[in-house]
Design a protein around this ligand. Structure first.
Ligand SMILES: *[C@@H]1O[C@H](CO)[C@@H](O)[C@H](O)[C@H]1NC(C)=O
Ligand SMILES: *[C@@H]1O[C@H](CO)[C@@H](O)[C@H](O)[C@H]1NC(C)=O
Ligand SMILES: *[C@@H]1O[C@H](CO)[C@@H](O)[C@H](O)[C@H]1NC(C)=O
Length: 462
């Protein structure tokens, strides 16, 4: 950042700090609520950025308290300056509806960590036309910066104790707060950071790894509302970061940026949030594998977490996403496959099939079966090369797979008939040196005669 920019930012910060009058603290025992606004009110009042803050803690997980810097230290306030502070920042809201997920996220955070959860309510500034809202986001960021600055200066909350969690456009708001504090904020998490009008933006204007000591992001809709480029130290691209399992496809999604039929197409976009909340629950690990591209990941070109010294990053609150390297690599794309519903975790099973040179019409159907769960996982592959590798989302771990079956499903005109499989191997990512893949060698599969093999294995012995 240029020093002129810095000077301007800090003078703005000062002006705000001295002039700002924030709302009264609720002392009547009533619960504060997120604001909601309507188009008529918006037009009549020409509301500026009305930002209010709500506080939730383990002492009041269901009844938010209005919050500002003056309420800290008062006997009625639940804010505890010796605890870490999570700041939730929502994004664009067509129709000015209050985001209903905020309390769910706050509750999930509180269950995972004893913290102050501050919800930034900027619904007035975040409503209606997206391009106008984008103009507002820096002003919101400056207001949040004033609050953080006061908590730091007056109440001794260390900058590293702040963790900003921004959803969509909120991620860039968080990024700009980070810019104001020159990257000294502890952590920023972007949940599908907004893409439109940000992808080509300067790092000064969007979330980037210099905005906090650690920046992680989850990408779930980078072809529409989300950003397709990495913006943090660790960027999780779920199912390639574009289309999520269980979400309906729409070719017209971008139109909805302009028209408020938002709810209809934001399934992919909001998936980042739901996966994050589920990860906070800690039922299972959502681990990512570093790779250059999704295609390479699916092709099995990336099989371990060597860049992170073997500790794969996981979605959630773990410090540095659970990685141990120092300094942490920047803008490392990591990929993972998920299931279509909570808790979203899938096992990454790598299937490697080596065949003799084949006719183009050859096709092999692979079925993995787990008797104990009554599950069967089936997929078809066309061996374009003699070695075919493919990573699959599998509901259970490798050690629970009981049997593999191969079926020759090639076109009827395929004369050669038999497919000679030199070897078929299944393994689970990330690969560990001590775990050998399950392999079967030299198989002939004839048309109409499926081949199958039962594995004899026990979980947890390696
Ligand atoms: C919404 O914000 C307006 C203006 O800031 C305030 O007058 C009103 O009380 C707020 N409503 C709620 C439900 O907090
Ligand atoms: C504030 O948090 C600290 C650390 O968690 C705890 O020891 C202390 O008791 C808390 N204070 C209050 C008033 O709850
Ligand atoms: C978290 O786990 C509890 C049970 O442990 C479950 O009831 C709840 O629905 C889960 N929440 C999410 C968001 O997955």
């Amino acid at each position: 950042m240029l020093w002129e920019d810095k000077a301007i930012l800090f003078s703005i910060l000062l002006v705000y700090s001295s002039s700002q009058v924030l709302g009264e603290v609720q002392e009547d025992g009533q619960c504060a609520e997120l604001n909601s606004t309507r188009w008529q009110e918006y037009r009549q009042q020409r509301v500026r950025e009305e930002v209010q803050y709500l506080l939730l803690t383990r002492n009041n997980p269901d009844c938010a308290q209005k919050f500002d810097q003056d309420s800290v230290g008062k006997p009625t306030s639940y804010f505890n300056t010796s605890r870490p502070t999570k700041v939730i920042i929502h994004g664009f809201s067509a129709l000015g509806r209050k985001p209903s997920w905020v309390t769910d996220l706050a509750r999930a955070l509180l269950e995972a960590q004893d913290a102050n959860v501050v919800v930034v309510d900027w619904i007035y500034g975040a409503s209606f036309a997206y391009n106008l809202v984008v103009e507002n986001y820096k002003e919101v960021a400056l207001q949040i910066s004033v609050l953080v600055n006061q908590l730091q200066q007056k109440h001794g909350c260390g900058l590293e104790s702040f963790h900003l969690i921004g959803v969509s456009l909120g991620a860039h708001v968080a990024g700009f707060v980070g810019t104001v504090f020159e990257g000294k904020i502890g952590r920023i998490t972007g949940l599908d950071p907004a893409g439109p009008m940000f992808k080509g933006a300067d790092t000064y204007d969007r979330l980037d790894p210099t905005d906090a000591l650690f920046v992680d992001a989850i990408h779930t809709d980078s072809d529409h509302f989300g950003i397709s480029i990495p913006v943090g130290h660790v960027d999780f691209f779920l199912n390639g970061g574009m289309d999520q399992t269980g979400c309906a496809r729409s070719r017209f999604a971008s139109i909805f940026l302009l028209f408020p039929v938002y709810g209809y197409v934001i399934c992919d976009h909001m998936r980042a949030l739901h996966v994050y909340m589920s990860a906070l629950n800690g039922t299972c690990q959502l681990m990512g594998i570093p790779c250059a591209s999704y295609e390479d990941f699916l092709k099995g070109s990336c099989v371990d977490c060597g860049v992170f010294k073997g500790r794969c990053p996981a979605v959630g609150l773990q410090e540095k996403s659970g990685t141990a390297t120092s300094p942490i690599p920047e803008q490392q794309k990591v990929f993972l496959l998920t299931t279509s519903s909570a808790p979203f975790c899938a096992h990454h099973i790598l299937v490697t099939l080596e065949v003799s040179p084949l006719d183009k019409s050859a096709e092999v159907e692979v079925t993995l079966t787990t008797w104990s769960q009554g599950t069967e996982h089936r997929f078809r592959l066309k061996p374009e090369a003699t070695v075919y590798r493919r990573v699959l989302a599998h509901p259970v771990a490798l050690c629970l797979i009981d049997s593999i079956r191969l079926k020759n499903t090639g076109a009827r005109l395929y004369r050669q008939g038999d497919v000679h499989v030199k070897s078929v191997c299944v393994s689970e990512l990330p690969l560990h040196r001590h775990e050998a893949p399950l392999c079967v060698n030299d198989i002939d599969i004839r048309r109409g005669v499926p081949w199958s093999h039962d594995f004899v294995q026990v979980c947890g012995t390696s």
